[in-house]
Design a binder for this molecule. Structure first.
Ligand SMILES: [Zn+2]
Length: 174
């Protein structure tokens, strides 16, 4: 790979605004959690890194939901560049250079861009309408529908089962 794989961190970033107990939450408003995520993108966990990471997150969520790529994502990439590390017998590796505060956010945008280019249509919102999470579908048939089978998958199945059981009696009453 030309760059480090940040796919897992990318999903953690996109899924940092889950609905918990019926209310949308922002896990990045917890400084410790936010710093930890910035470190997963190669940062040091500073508040300025986190600020840029939140900008990246908000833009990437819109892109993953609507397919619209906002200008703020280009802005995050504006001052960074890939520099080749010294060649080794194992090949060429690149490192990202630029303003320190922007590097974790830029790595997140790059990770998203790689998924978009190499696995088109695989990164998408969970089909549970009450869920705000995303999934990267790695299944062969590209048929995954939920961020998690254990939570949303089972919940949606139970809901369908419930509405099937309810509809005949409702029709009878009407
Ligand atoms: Zn879900």
């Amino acid at each position: 790979m030309a760059t480090d794989d940040h796919g897992g961190a990318l999903l953690a970033l996109l899924n940092s605004t889950p609905v918990e107990g019926g209310a949308p939450t922002d896990l990045l408003s917890d400084p410790a959690h936010a710093a930890d995520l910035a470190r997963r993108f190669g940062g040091e966990g500073t508040t300025s890194e986190v600020r840029e990471l939140v900008r990246a997150r908000d833009g990437l969520q819109v892109a993953a939901r609507t397919g619209t790529v906002g200008a703020e994502l280009d802005q995050i990439l504006r001052d960074v560049e890939q520099e080749p590390l010294p060649l080794t017998p194992r090949g060429l590796r690149w490192q990202l250079a630029g303003p320190a505060a922007k590097l974790p956010a830029a790595r997140a945008v790059i990770a998203w861009a790689e998924v978009a280019a190499e696995q088109p249509g695989r990164l998408r919102p969970c089909e549970n309408p009450d869920c705000r999470k995303f999934l990267i579908d790695r299944s062969k048939g590209n048929t995954a529908r939920w961020c998690s089978m254990a939570t949303c998958g089972n919940r949606m199945k139970a809901r369908r089962h419930y509405s099937r059981q309810q509809s005949p009696s409702e029709t009878g009453r009407a």
